[in-house]
Design a binder for this molecule. Structure first.
Ligand SMILES: [Zn+2]
Length: 255
């Protein structure tokens, strides 16, 4: 079986800085079409990755909010003021989101690579039905579920499993400087991802570890891919082909 561990915001340079080295690992380019407001846009990148072509989420944040309200929210956020219905509070610059967090990202009408196989997928923005940007607590709970699934025997009855965690992105947005509380938290979360990767490979199963972009303070411009096996991937749009090549080999060997 093949696992695709989808880790939002995992940065190649931070991964290396924390001392992790997979037999094969590299950065992936991100098409400009997947950018919003000058940075990679999470739902568009994940959607494009599993589709193998550029995907623009139709229910984007841009179209949901009145442009003036959005500009006002961005202004406040950029000046370190978080706004909610309960009023304003001061937060570190760049933290939080300029838009409401209740939007649900529904499944795309197109066919992703996941539908071609006996697969199980969970929580991937724009790919799995019902993804919502959550509170910090919600992301912590989802991250615990993400970890549990690696050890789930249920997952192992599938040929392809793709599961997602948003927590590294969330914590990386909050880092003000290296060594601060959130940086240490980030270091722990990276170590967890590495440990989960190893747990899977020790069982003799294959893993592709992928991110949609890096993140430190805000989104950075390269995605990440790592594996025990060689891959032919330059760009997030190549991931679908890589999954297909591996599935062909894995199912061929199995059959
Ligand atoms: Zn993201």
């Amino acid at each position: 079986m093949l696992w695709v561990l989808c880790v939002d915001g995992l940065s190649f340079d931070i991964w290396e800085e924390f001392g992790y080295q997979l037999p094969h690992q590299s950065e992936m380019g991100i098409p400009q079409e997947c950018y919003r407001n000058g940075v990679p846009f999470t739902p568009d990148v994940w959607g494009s990755m599993f589709l193998g072509s550029v995907y623009k989420h139709p229910k984007s944040k841009e179209t949901e909010l009145n442009p003036l309200r959005l500009r006002a929210r961005r202004f406040l956020r950029n000046h370190g003021i978080a706004w909610s219905r309960r009023g304003a509070k001061v937060v570190p610059k760049g933290m939080g989101d300029a838009v409401p967090s209740y939007l649900v990202f529904q499944q795309m009408p197109h066919k992703t690579v996941l539908e071609d196989y006996n697969s199980f997928s969970w929580g991937i923005p724009a790919v799995c039905d019902g993804f919502t940007f959550k509170s910090y607590q919600g992301n912590v709970q989802d991250h615990e579920a993400f970890k549990s699934m690696v050890f789930s025997t249920y997952c192992r009855s599938f040929d392809l499993v793709a599961i997602y965690t948003h927590l590294i992105d969330e914590v990386a947005h909050r880092v003000i400087r290296r060594g601060d509380r959130n940086w240490r938290r980030l270091k722990y979360l990276y170590s967890e991802v590495h440990a989960l990767y190893q747990a899977i490979t020790r069982r003799g199963e294959e893993v592709l570890l992928v991110s949609d972009h890096g993140c430190l303070g805000g989104h950075t411009h390269k995605a990440f891919i790592g594996s025990d096996q060689e891959f032919q991937v330059d760009n997030i749009l190549d991931v679908r082909g890589e999954i297909e090549r591996r599935m062909e080999r894995i199912l061929g060997v199995k059959g």
